[in-house]
Ligand binder design. Structure first.
Ligand code: AMP
Length: 444
């Protein structure tokens, strides 16, 4: 079967097939093969799909197919509403729509906060067939009568899990109350927590459920490893890894905006071109940084978790976790930036002893131990203990005993704190020494 006929057999027509040919897509990805026929049949859809699986085309292509048949949108109206949690993701979806719809007589617009509202109101005046929006700005536009939903046919919620994480649930509820009851609903989420299922129940009508990767697994095209290293040596280790491995394009995740800025300065001073994107940067600065990164005029893009959502860069070869995420599921989101659409990628985490708990949380989530590599000259003096996949279930806390006012007892307790234990394993290979043995020793 030719690539054309593979997409054609899903029910897509000429104008769309031609655009896919331009993109050189060979065959539909699993999510596309499942989602496209379902959406074309007019059914509601609940899809578990991570970024990188081709999910955007999974909903955009059948939506375009359906829209060609109907009447174009009229003044201030929209026929399809796609809600996205971040401006980057919204912009990315907008770009996808433009490229897939380039041979079709359909209009689209993207609206998000942080930029002037007037130009967006102007764009909506004549009506758009597809509107991509972040929830807050959409509500602002609605309250100013810039957008009307009488002709709405389809609602898409993309990265619904992220919407809840970012606290958009109230905005979503408000939006739902102003949409027509009869509509098709599509919900995409990387994971299906109980909260997402609750939201899905409120929105979807007899949905078809599809899942393209089992919950909480990472793409197997990504090779993952960690470098145990002392915290203060992380910046120098990163420079060394970039230079020794001749990395040309990498995305680096930092925990805080401040940390991202500090690391950018360090890399620049070491002669590595780097730029940070995070919530404190203007939309213009963020777009410029992304464009410079895409055309490889900068080597390192440094991002916080929130800023990184929705960044879509084809064939990104390396992702580095400069800091491990505090929420283990973010590890999966982060490394989803590489190894996309069947390409190989590397995900490297720089792990210091104080991040041991985060490391074990991640390893439990992905159900495998991450390979360790010690880099010459960066061997840690505070070791990251060996991790195991087996761990005792946490016992419920016992009620506190009344304090004994005895100095020695207090000193002994301090000596055996979790911190001491977690640093006790010197080569990262031996199991950590058991704390309770120390407790039994008689005081000197
Ligand atoms: P997404 O999961 O929607 O963020 O898409 C991830 C990447 O896969 C994007 O860069 C798309 O251009 C690309 N992509 C989507 N569908 C296909 C396909 N059928 N074949 C090859 N690449 C694709």
């Amino acid at each position: 079967m030719t690539s054309d006929s593979k997409f054609k057999s899903l029910g897509l027509s000429e104008g769309i097939l031609k655009a896919l040919q331009d993109k050189a897509y060979q065959s539909p990805t699993p999510i596309q093969a499942k989602a496209i026929p379902t959406v074309l049949e007019g059914k509601d859809l609940m899809a578990a799909a991570q970024t990188g699986t081709g999910k955007t085309a999974g909903f955009v292509l059948p939506i375009l197919e359906k829209l060609i048949a109907g009447k174009r949108a009229t003044a201030n109206k929209t026929r399809v509403l796609i809600l996205a949690p971040t401006r980057e993701l919204a912009a990315q979806i907008g770009e996808s729509i433009n490229s897939y719809a380039k041979y079709l007589p359909l209009s689209s617009a993207v609206v998000y906060g942080g930029v002037k509202i007037n130009p967006q109101m102007m764009k909506l005046r004549r009506g758009v067939d597809i509107l991509v929006a972040t929830p807050g700005r959409l509500l602002d536009l609605y309250h100013q009568n810039a957008v009307k939903f009488e002709s709405l046919e389809i609602l898409v919620l993309d990265e619904a899990d992220r919407m809840l994480d970012l606290g958009f649930i109230d905005d979503i509820r408000k939006i739902l109350t102003v949409l027509p009851k009869r509509r098709q609903n599509l919900l995409f989420s990387a994971t299906f927590s109980d909260d997402i299922r609750k939201l899905a129940k409120a929105i979807l009508h007899k949905p078809v459920e599809v899942s393209v990767s089992p919950r909480n697994t990472t793409a197997n095209t990504v090779s993952q490893w960690i470098c145990p290293v002392d915290k203060k040596k992380k910046p120098a280790l990163l420079v060394s890894l970039i230079k020794d491995n001749h990395w040309q394009q990498l995305l680096v995740f930092c925990k805080t905006k401040n940390g991202a800025d500090k690391l950018t300065r360090f890399l620049e001073s070491a002669g590595v071109k780097a730029v940070a994107i995070h919530g404190n940067k203007s939309q213009g600065a963020r777009s410029r940084a992304l464009a410079d990164f895409k055309d490889q005029s900068i080597v390192v893009l440094i991002a916080t978790d929130i800023a990184a959502r929705g960044i879509d860069i084809d064939q990104l070869p390396v992702v580095v976790n400069f800091d491990l995420p505090t929420v283990a599921e973010n590890y999966i989101h982060r490394i989803g930036r590489t190894g996309r659409a069947g390409m190989n990628g590397q995900a490297v985490s720089l792990v210091s002893a104080d991040e041991f708990d985060q490391l074990t949380d991640i390893e439990h989530l992905i159900k495998s131990l991450l390979k360790r590599k010690l880099i010459d000259g960066f061997e840690p003096s505070h070791d990251v203990p060996e991790s195991r996949l087996w761990r005792k279930p946490k016992k419920p806390k016992k009620p506190k005993k009344p304090k004994v006012p005895h100095k020695e007892g207090i000193a002994k307790k301090k000596k055996t704190s979790g911190k001491t234990r977690s640093l006790s394993n010197t080569d990262g290979m031996k199991p950590p020494r058991r704390k309770f043995k120390q407790k039994k020793r008689s005081p000197r």
